[in-house]
Design a protein around this ligand. Sequence first.
Ligand code: MN
Ligand code: MN
Length: 325
Amino acid sequence: MFWTGELIASRAPVRRRATPPETAATRATAAYLGLAIGDALGATVEFMTPNEIRGRHGIHQDIIGGGWLRLKAGHVTDDTTMSLALGTSILASGGVDAMAAARAFDAWMRAKPVDIGNTVRRNLITFRTSGSPHGTPSEHDAGNGAAMRVLPVALATYGQPENVAKMANAAQAHVTHHNSLSDAACETLILMVQAFLAGGDADALESQLAADLVRRFPVFAYDRKRCDNPSGYIVDTMQAVLQAFFATDNFEDCLIDAVNRGGDADTTGAIVGMLAGARYGLHAIPARWLRALDATIRQACEAQAAALFALAAGTPAVQGLTEVV
Ligand code: MN
Ligand code: MN
């Protein structure tokens, strides 16, 4: 029988360090790291045009800090820190709660963040006087500030009915952005992240979730003109994000495509980084970007992703649904 062993041995594959298979949990962590990496990468070229970026960096592809915020390499901006503030409030409340989110954002603003959007500032100041976390519907709230921080909601409501995720999102989003375009974008991003965590296929998602967004709100159509220099308007943001996301087939190219469009590059980078992390998983994140990300921020993202994912698996993620609606 000795030849059997020989045969098996000769057919045995060359031993490599195996890449562990991606799970929903590893994709959740990758989404959070992708958000922070896209933010850190994009901040360098925020408010620059593609031409200005080409002139200064060629192709901008390394986390080097700088930019108009004079950021230290590996540091992040409001996109990541507001997400972390929201996630912390969700974990403390045991679910998404509008008042807890509003208080967390208010405390975040008092701590003097490196950057803050105009809509976020204006509506948090309103919250301080009104005491109401629900905001009032406004056409002036169609900025990308609620969409950039949806990840904790996507993780905390993973596995729950769509409607629960949408109500949870409204609770956090309407604190600063009570607007139907913002809501539609937030909901689409949440459902996309959740579908990728479950192992969903990008082509299927494009024909379902992204197409559904455009069908409901044709202004989001992203198959026309290339969106360069995207503003903070949620429509610009989503067009740049969806173009970069569906035109590339790996994590690195996806983020490089998005941030080299300039404009609100830290936010398009953060959002597309979140989607790409969920889609491609942890092993797809370039090592040089992981190394460059500030260690404290990296650890906060990893810890929060795991905790929110555990919350979704174990407990109902929305408290006080009646308060939300
Ligand atoms: Mn920012
Ligand atoms: Mn930004």
